[in-house]
Ligand binder design. Structure first.
Ligand SMILES: NC(=O)c1ccc[n+]([C@@H]2O[C@H](COP(=O)([O-])OP(=O)(O)OC[C@H]3O[C@@H](n4cnc5c(N)ncnc54)[C@H](O)[C@@H]3O)[C@@H](O)[C@H]2O)c1
Length: 429
């Protein structure tokens, strides 16, 4: 049967490579819509959790995984040879940066190699990992064509950026519009048809490069605006102006303004990283992406600024960072998630530790924190005592904000979490 018809009848076998924050929600969504889904991962623990019907990703319920597995619609494996049986393959593997801030495509290359070895006529391959414009055409396509099959003719190839927002209860995989760009019209149509089976709105674009650039524009937009508002926060502090009040008032403008909020720095697997994929690619064309570099500079300086504020707070009690007990409230990169990748709290903890502080933390989502020389366990917040200064790094809903200024001698609040709570021992950004 033709792939289009197989998709229409929801009989297409869907393979998802990489069962992380992006791949698992997608796999479950396909399974809940009646597709036969196989998840491929190199992590044997994740594979066994899925097969046991358990979720390890906050946004995916164990009930949905169990339901899909029990119905025989979802299974996971480390055995890449099963890729041959798939009609459509979605690649959702990590795209980190190297230490030099150059793109690290090694996971994508590894996944593409696994597909290449089993590629057959009629298959649809879609890359979802965030990457620089040109990756699908310049890296994925030539690799897959090495066996003699031609993209757009013998098999179909597209790029579709993932826009999932972990912890966001308003928008999910199903309700976030999906942008799709194929290497030719038929690839775009088939990939769109596949996503239309599970996602409310699909947005086809003219090429893989446009689809790749869309994602980088979205994330660069955030990185630059966060950089701007962080700079406004730094200058407001110098001018003795409450930046949070300014943002709230500016947000009353019904058009032409969108609020962004300052904080301890960027975190997560996307905003601190993706813009550098774009600036790297731009550099290859002799173009310097100045906004990206500048925003990276401002955002990257925020953890050191937070430490400066901690020093100022302790100074009011004639204390130094060296020897003080400093307790971080929240270490995840944003509220109500367990993800600590690139979290600014890691940098803050490290900077404090290097200055001689005794660092501890509470985070209901992160039981253990390992970073550099630090290996800490979360302390139940209600039992913390004897610390010199608390630092709100993440505004998790679980914290009792009304009690915090009373429970700690000094508080540095990087998230305006204590807004409206009167206290004279609180230092804001
Ligand atoms: N996390 C987000 O909020 C988010 C949002 C949008 C886009 N993205 C992008 O999606 C991609 C995936 O991100 P993520 O957060 O899901 O990463 P993740 O680390 O949570 O998951 C990736 C998974 O891929 C697996 N993996 C690595 N190499 C593999 C291979 N060769 N074969 C099979 N499995 C392999 C890992 O074991 C892991 O389970 C990245 O490009 C990221 O930038 C992430």
């Amino acid at each position: 049967m033709e792939l289009r018809e197989t998709i229409r009848r929801r009989q297409a076998k869907v393979g998802i490579i990489g069962l992380g924050y992006v791949g698992l929600p997608l796999a479950v969504e396909f399974a809940l819509h009646g597709f036969d889904v196989t998840g491929f991962d190199v992590d044997a623990w994740k594979v066994s959790e899925i097969n046991a019907g358990r979720s390890y990703i906050g946004d995916v319920t164990t009930a949905d995984v169990a339901k899909s597995v029990d119905a025989g619609r979802l299974r996971a494996t480390v055995d890449m040879s099963m890729l041959h049986e798939m009609d459509a393959i979605d690649i959702c593997v990590p795209t980190p940066l190297r230490k030099t801030r150059d793109p690290d495509l090694s996971y994508v290359v590894q996944a593409v190699d696994a597909v290449k070895a089993r590629l057959r006529s009629g298959q649809l391959v879609i890359l979802e990992s965030t990457t620089y414009p040109g990756t699908t055409e310049e890296v994925v396509r030539p690799a897959l064509e090495e066996q003699g099959l031609k993209a757009g003719i013998d098999f179909f190839l597209a790029f579709s950026p993932e826009r999932v927002d972990p912890g966001n209860t308003k928008y999910s995989t199903k309700t976030i519009p999906k942008v799709v760009g194929g290497v030719n019209g038929e690839s775009t149509e088939l990939a769109s048809a596949l996503y239309e089976s599970i996602i409310d709105t699909v947005v086809p674009v003219s090429s893989t490069q446009v689809a790749e650039m869309v994602k980088l524009l979205e994330n660069t937009f955030r990185a630059v605006n966060i950089g701007l508002v962080n700079e406004i926060a730094l200058m407001s502090h110098r001018m003795n102006i409450d930046v949070w009040e300014v943002i709230d008032a500016a947000s009353t403008k019904p058009f032409g303004f969108m609020p962004f909020y300052p904080g301890p720095g960027l975190g997560g697997h996307c905003i601190p990283i993706d813009p550098f994929y774009l600036s790297w690619k731009a550099r290859q064309s002799g173009f310097e992406a100045r906004f990206i570099e500048l925003a990276g500079h401002v955002n990257g300086s925020m953890p050191a600024y937070v430490v400066e504020r901690i020093g100022e707070a302790l100074n009011t009690r004639k204390r130094a960072i060296n020897g003080s007990r400093i307790h971080l409230l929240g270490v995840a990169y944003k509220k109500d998630v367990s993800d600590v990748r690139e979290s600014p709290a890691l940098d803050i903890a490290e900077l404090l530790e290097r200055r001689g502080a005794v660092v501890s933390y509470s985070d209901p989502y992160v039981p253990r924190l390992q970073h550099g020389r630090l290996d800490l366990r979360s302390i139940d917040e209600s039992t913390v005592n004897g610390v010199d200064c608390a630092v709100i790094c993440t505004n998790h809903g679980a914290f009792d904000y009304n009690a915090i200024p009373r429970r700690y001698p000094l508080v540095v609040d990087t998230r305006n979490a204590l807004k409206g709570i009167p206290a004279d021992n609180v230092f804001r950004l």
